[in-house]
Design a protein around this ligand. Sequence first.
Ligand code: CU
Length: 114
Amino acid sequence: MNTLKSFSILLALSLSLWLSAHAHAQEITSEAILPSVNVSADMTEGEIRKVDKANRKITIKHGEIKNLDMPGMTMVFQVKDPLMLDTVKTGDKVKFRVEKVGGAFVITDIRSGK
Ligand SMILES: [Cu+2]
């Protein structure tokens, strides 16, 4: 019984490890195929709805996020650097870059879209 349980856990663990390794490999491959990706293509347009400095979070009504295959919506993001939150305020139109890091959506770059 216990052996079976640990075996299942081990199996699930190796599967998830394999999956993440595979996902990473795919990422590298697509970069290799498209060496001259336009940097601005990864920037998403949005409008700031709320800045939450205490929790290092920001709410943005965003357009389509092409690199994440996400349609436009209003949602909460984490920020890579809390200092980013000092550069924007509610109502600002922005362009930002967001990446999926360990299941969370993290903004790695944000600038005023004026
Ligand atoms: Cu979204």
